[in-house]
Design a binder for this molecule. Structure first.
Ligand code: ZN
Length: 238
């Protein structure tokens, strides 16, 4: 098997990374996953990962392509960096810099450094992340330029030829639902709805058409808004 046919997916258990995992399974012969425990308030998302992997393995014959899962503990590292609304029970608000206080400075950059270390060890070429700058929370580490620069940095710093793939970069949240349907039909849409987690507050007690969540935090609003726009844009089936 060629190394060109291998990928490592940054897989949190949310809607975006689950769609990215399906995207990778659709394209590559060997796909491994990596998750990060950084003390997130919505650590419940980590418990969603194994059931999602299992469910994706039953779609489109993807099971044999799905390799091992890796889990990296960054709790100490990111707790040492400082308090944000993503990791502490403080209200979600905008900061003086114009960034939401759910932004964890350095988080995605650390994710990629750790993921690339695993990819180097495992001989995996494509590193896939669900970052998006079309319909997002304003995080500067989700920008296309950030990730292109990261690819160059990792390749120089680790003497590799990684390719960072961001299939959602130019999609809005409605288009992300469309992509899920294209990749895995109703089965994949069902997995995304029922099994993935996006809510920043970690709420899995309230169920909506678009999945579980509090319904009011920025992550729920993005997910619900995308679902509504997708449903409105669907042509009635005759
Ligand atoms: Zn929420």
């Amino acid at each position: 098997m060629s190394q060109d046919d291998t990928a490592l997916v940054l897989f949190s258990g949310g809607q975006d990374s689950t769609t990215c995992l399906a995207w990778a399974l659709d394209r590559f012969a060997t796909v491994e996953t990596v998750g990060f425990d950084y003390g997130q308030r919505h650590a419940v998302e980590l418990t969603c990962r194994a059931p999602i992997r299992e469910a994706l393995g039953r779609i489109n014959g993807w099971g044999p392509r799905l390799g091992p899962d890796h889990m990296i503990d960054l709790k100490g590292a990111l707790a040492g960096v400082g308090t944000t609304a993503m990791t502490e029970a403080v209200a979600i608000a905008m900061t003086a810099q114009g960034l939401p206080n759910t932004f964890v400075p350095g988080r995605n950059l650390m994710f990629f450094v750790a993921a690339a270390g695993i990819a180097a060890r495992r001989g995996l070429k494509h590193i896939v992340g669900g970052m998006c700058e079309t319909d997002y929370s304003g995080y500067p580490d989700c920008r296309d330029d950030t990730l292109k620069a990261m690819q160059v940095t990792l390749n120089l710093g680790m003497q590799q030829r990684f390719v960072i793939e961001t299939p959602l970069m130019w999609l809005d949240k409605a288009a992300t639902w469309v992509l899920a349907e294209q990749l895995g039909g109703g089965s994949l849409v069902g997995v995304v709805r029922e099994l993935t987690h996006s809510c920043y507050l970690g709420d899995r007690t309230h169920q909506h058409d678009w999945g579980y969540g509090c319904g009011t935090c920025p992550a729920c609003e993005l997910r619900a808004g995308g679902w509504d726009r997708w449903k409105r844009s669907e042509k009635p089936r005759g």
